[in-house]
Design a protein around this ligand. Structure first.
Ligand code: ADP
Ligand code: ASP
Ligand code: MG
Length: 407
């Protein structure tokens, strides 16, 4: 029988009542002739509750990562058992599995581990026995059997990886919205649900801040050419199908969507000498501290000195600033400043390849709203700008309407 991998996110399994409804959805797929492997997230706000417990213990995010993983992984395990019970009460054979029981092998980078290998034997036996396999999302084990987790939103990645190794017909991501929209429908009321997207576009949207899909999930699906469908747990609409570009006919609008993130901070080193090695001296120390750098801008030097600006995750701002102040002394920079109230907004679309003028239109719209652009970066299918955080929603709405994305 053909196989579907179906993932249900936190809101979809928030209560016992929700879990019963999810069980009914799974039964419908079985009745339609599919074997089903299910991946679940923790119930509702359970991940936040677990986080708070650690915080109450005085543990900040960046310490005791191994124990954080043991703690956070419990949420998904609860959902697997309850969903298996719900299905069995409806007469459908089912069995729950933790990441470790399946053997989802990951590296040992606690709190943001990467999947290395999946042993399909247990799941295949479960399917062959006519049962629904319910796997805890977001978790795995490393080679020493330590529990690991895949980072926030990681259940999507569990689902994409399982669908790929089990050669499912489709990986279905059930969530609390009807699919992937032109931008976050909670910010722009007129956002439109897209019927199709390419892996390439979804990869940009995810990595630039649209949290509807975990970036790693899209990477894996793209690598294994596994179609992903994002759809609502609460309605029966067909959702958004994400496949490779040359899959059938696909309209190619210039802009497919707008992604944004408030998760950034900007650092500036002013008045550095315009000589070889400066970028390396500044960014080398930052990367030694395992801080990821996103955008980088070095001004053209009008005289002998120049300015160097880059962005990091907001969580890393204080640490990066401290490092930078030390580096500044050694390279004789005039001043170090920063801003952690910035946001990044990106226009994404494969159609941009063949269209000039998108950037200038974008800049014009922001000018009309008197929004200052602090940084710009572009690639073939996206344009990103950094602006003050307080203008982000205004900017998203203005651009959404200027590029007629609601139509
Ligand atoms: P789940 O718990 O099911 O994994 P998430 O909260 O991770 O759900 O992702 C769904 C949310 O993503 C939506 O509620 C929506 O607010 C947000 N979102 C951001 N950008 C988009 C977008 N372009 N399309 C749809 N949803 C988006
Ligand atoms: N529970 C994890 C999270 O909070 C994994 C997930 O739901 O995707 O993101
Ligand atoms: Mg999610």
């Amino acid at each position: 029988m053909p196989l579907l991998v179906q993932k249900f996110g936190g809101t979809s399994v928030a209560t016992v009542g929700h879990i019963k409804d999810v069980a009914k959805k799974i039964l419908h797929s079985r009745e339609a002739g599919y074997d089903v492997v299910v991946v679940v997230s923790a119930m509702g706000h359970e991940p936040d509750r677990l986080d708070d417990l650690a915080r109450d213990m005085g543990i900040s995010d960046c310490s005791m990562h191994r124990e954080m993983d043991v703690l956070l992984s419990t949420g998904e395990q609860v959902t697997t058992a309850l969903l298996a019970m719900a299905l069995m009460k409806m007469g459908c054979p089912a069995r729950s599995y933790t990441g470790g029981q399946v053997k989802i092998l990951t590296d040992s980078t606690h709190t943001k581990a990467r999947i290395m290998d999946i042993d399909v034997a247990k799941l295949q036996d479960c399917i062959d026995a006519g049962r629904v396999a319910i796997v805890a999302g977001f978790q795995g084990v490393d080679e020493d059997h330590n529990i690991t987790t895949l980072g926030r939103g990681g259940s999507d990645t569990t689902a994409a990886a399982l669908a790929s190794v089990l050669k499912a017909e489709e990986c279905q991501i059930y969530t609390d919205v009807e699919g992937v929209f032109t931008t976050d429908p909670r910010v722009v009321e007129g956002a439109r649900c897209l019927s199709r997207l390419t892996f390439e576009e979804m990869l940009e949207l995810s990595s630039l801040g649209s949290k509807v899909l975990h970036t790693r999930a899209v990477e894996i699906a793209s690598k294994y050419q596994m179609p992903i469908r994002v759809l609502s747990t609460f309605t029966d609409s067909p959702g958004t199908l994400i496949t490779s570009e040359d899959d059938g006919e696909m309209e190619q609008p210039i802009i497919s969507g707008i992604a944004f993130t408030r998760d950034e901070a900007q650092l500036m080193v002013l008045g550095v000498e315009n000589v070889p090695g400066i970028a390396w001296k500044i960014l080398g120390r930052i990367s030694d501290a395992n801080i990821e750098v996103d955008m980088i801008v070095q001004n053209v030097a009008a005289d002998k000195s120049t300015d160097f600006t880059f962005t990091v995750r907001r969580d890393d701002y204080e640490q990066a600033m401290q490092i930078l102040k030390n580096v500044a002394k050694t390279i004789g920079a005039r001043e170090v400043t920063g801003d952690n109230k910035i946001a990044k907004l990106s226009l994404v679309g494969v159609g941009m390849r063949s269209h000039a003028g998108v950037a200038s239109k974008m800049f014009g719209v922001l000018f009309d709203e008197s929004i200052n652009i602090q940084m710009i970066s572009t690639s073939e299918i996206k344009i990103s700008v950094v602006i003050a955080e307080k203008y982000i929603e205004l900017a998203v709405r203005a651009l959404h309407s200027a590029f007629e994305l609601n139509e």
